[in-house]
Design a protein around this ligand. Structure first.
Ligand code: SF4
Length: 310
């Protein structure tokens, strides 16, 4: 049987999408959606991500800054990703460029019907995918809105745009719903994650999560469909993230065919401005070293951001 595209169509047709929504909604009573496992009743109080029992977002737009195959159509025409920025985040990165909505919870609540309308509007405006940024705390509403949108003709593939700090149990519910995992590797040891993002187990957890993503969709490819994992690596001053260990993990525990998007755009904002290590911009030399290391590992399927571009 031919593979369905987007993935979620089969789950919609069999009625399984509804069952997944119900499972995701159980988390509103005792939330375990992400590896913070707050176990709070979100109808009464907020967990670490500050989210309650309603979807909340700051913005949605056609975004042209994502990786090339995520913004162009099959004919190569630039159309943009249909990006939705959700409020709140389980991580508390001191350098977060989106700290207003990720940590201060700026944004507005939207009903599931409104969210479905937004998905449809992005499709109508020509987006080539639905690019969900920091979606995890909002999953019960997103999947329900997706179901409503599918009923009205929504057919864009889903990009799950994440820090990588995800629970395998939640990811398993997304199996054959998400087509593309656009996932960061920020750090390659837990201590650094604790220092800069206030999570105690970033690397231990993220390694497991990325392996699950890879099990579901493999390495990103464009044919016959756009599907798979793309890993983003932001290069930090003093290489606090440890990119070589990340390259090693990708080559040896996933596959050298996984595209890596190497990013040079770090600049200090928010609480990083006064940090003694990352309170400065990346230098050209530091970035060149990262590029050479990437090449030495033979990771040739991705993209290398030019220095100075954001
Ligand atoms: S999604 Fe939010 S409330 Fe739920 S476990 Fe994660 S941080 Fe806690």
């Amino acid at each position: 049987m031919a593979e369905p595209y987007p993935y979620y169509l089969q789950k919609y047709e069999t009625g399984e999408l509804e069952r997944i929504v119900e499972k995701l909604k159980e988390n509103l009573k005792i939330c375990r959606l992400c590896p913070r496992y707050c176990m709070v009743d979100r109808r009464k109080k907020v967990g670490i991500c500050l989210q309650r029992d309603t979807a909340r977002l700051t913005n949605y737009l056609l975004h042209f800054g994502e990786e090339p195959p995520l913004v162009r159509d099959e004919d190569g025409e630039i159309k943009g990703a249909g990006t939705v920025f959700f409020s709140g985040c389980p991580m508390k990165c001191i350098y977060c460029q989106n700290f207003g909505f990720s940590q201060l919870n700026l944004g507005r609540d939207v009903s599931m019907m409104e969210l479905a309308e937004i998905f449809l509007e992005l499709q109508e405006r020509g987006a080539v995918n639905l690019d969900l940024v920091t979606p995890t705390p909002h999953l019960p509403f997103i999947v329900e809105a997706l179901r409503m949108a599918i009923e009205r003709g929504f057919r864009l593939p889903i990009v799950y745009n994440t820090s990588g700090y995800e629970s395998v149990e939640t990811l398993k519910l997304l199996d054959t719903i998400v087509d593309i995992y656009l996932v960061d590797i920020r750090y390659t040891d837990d201590e650094t994650g604790l220092r800069y993002s206030k999570v105690p187990d970033y690397w231990t957890t993220t390694k497991r999560a990325i392996k699950e993503m890879y099990r579901q969709v493999g390495a990103f490819r464009e044919n016959p469909f756009r599907r798979g994992v793309i890993v983003r690596i932001l290069v930090f001053p003093e290489d606090i993230g440890g990119y070589e260990k990340a390259f090693d993990f990708i080559v040896n525990e996933l596959s050298p065919t996984v595209p890596v998007s190497l990013m040079s755009q770090y600049f200090p904002v928010y609480k990083a401005l006064n940090d003694p290590v990352i309170g400065r911009k990346l230098t050209h030399e530091e970035y060149e070293r990262a590029v050479h290391t990437l090449e030495r590992y033979g990771l040739i399927h991705g993209w290398i951001q030019e220095m100075g571009r954001r």
